[in-house]
Design a protein around this ligand. Structure first.
Ligand SMILES: [Zn+2]
Length: 289
């Protein structure tokens, strides 16, 4: 008997709207999942459709992240067409060793440096370390890439968004060695209570994704519970990490309310109070839209 469950490609319904609008501070409108690009013209109205669906449920601002060259170019262009969208560009930690291997890293970083100076680009990211996908031999150049991005954020006065997969200690160590930018965000936070406390002590922002809603994510909710409201952000990382109960279906910014509601109950605060904090924190970190 075949042991495959049907793939969930149908878009989940709109959740109950949030009472105060918030920001999805990390999404990828240009990334394809199961043959569909969230912001593609074939997927219900392109980027405009993504924005309208999100706005209908109280997610009225987005940060679009482009972390490969082509995606960074798309990001630089998308933000000029949509006032609801700010952007971030970088070379992803898994992309850095691949480009280095091909001898293309230097020219790619030059282009990222140029794109970072674009209108409405407010973030260097996502950068960081990924020990899950990059094998040990790629990690030295990956760390060099991370240091380069930290330096760019400080030089250009931009926020830094960090990707950290199975590399908590080295991420914190390198940030301390380099000196973190004033506005440093751990995107899709995945650490434990002690890491959450350490990040708060250092003044970093912790951005929670749909993973915090997963049934088996008790440790992550325990970590969230120790974070003060002023250090919190929310994101989808769409098209990935679709929140419960739609895990496995395509994700998009309009599903942020599901994550916000789980966060509010974990933190034992009201939904409006959390929305207000997320909205203010987002504008403090990225500037006004
Ligand atoms: Zn991402």
């Amino acid at each position: 008997m075949p042991h495959t469950s049907p793939r969930r490609t149908e878009a989940p319904p709109l959740p109950e709207p949030l009472p105060i609008p918030v920001v999805d501070n990390h999404t990828h409108v240009d990334i394809e999942r199961d043959g569909v690009v969230m912001g593609g013209e074939g997927a219900g109205g392109g980027v405009r459709g993504v924005i309208e669906a999100a706005r209908a449920v109280g997610v009225d601002r987005l940060v679009q992240i482009g972390c490969e060259l082509e995606s960074a170019r798309v990001t630089a262009e998308v933000v000029t067409r949509h006032p609801e969208v700010l952007g971030g560009v970088a070379l992803h930690p898994n992309e850095v060793p691949v480009l280095a291997e091909r001898g293309e890293l230097e020219s790619a970083l030059e282009e990222i440096d140029r794109l970072l100076r674009g209108d409405r680009i407010r973030v260097v990211g996502e950068t960081g370390l990924d020990y899950f996908r990059t094998p040990p031999e790629g990690r030295a150049v990956q760390a060099e890439g991370f240091r380069w991005h930290i330096d760019r954020a400080k030089e250009l006065g931009l926020a830094l968004q960090i990707h950290d997969r199975d590399a908590h200690e080295d991420v914190l160590r390198i940030l301390a060695e380099e000196g973190a930018p004033d506005r440093t965000v751990l995107h899709c936070f995945s650490g434990d209570i002690s890491m959450a406390r350490e990040c708060v002590e250092r003044g970093y922002m912790l951005s929670f994704a749909g993973t915090v809603t997963f049934k088996n994510a008790r440790d992550l909710r325990d970590a969230l519970a120790v974070v003060p409201l002023e250090n919190l952000l929310v994101e989808t990382d769409a098209p990935y990490l679709t929140p419960h109960p739609h895990r496995g279906a395509p994700n998009a910014p309009y599903l942020v309310p599901l994550t916000v509601r789980t966060m509010a109950s974990t933190l034992n605060v009201s939904v409006p109070e959390l929305c207000q904090a997320i909205s203010e924190n987002s504008e403090r970190v990225y500037g006004p839209w």
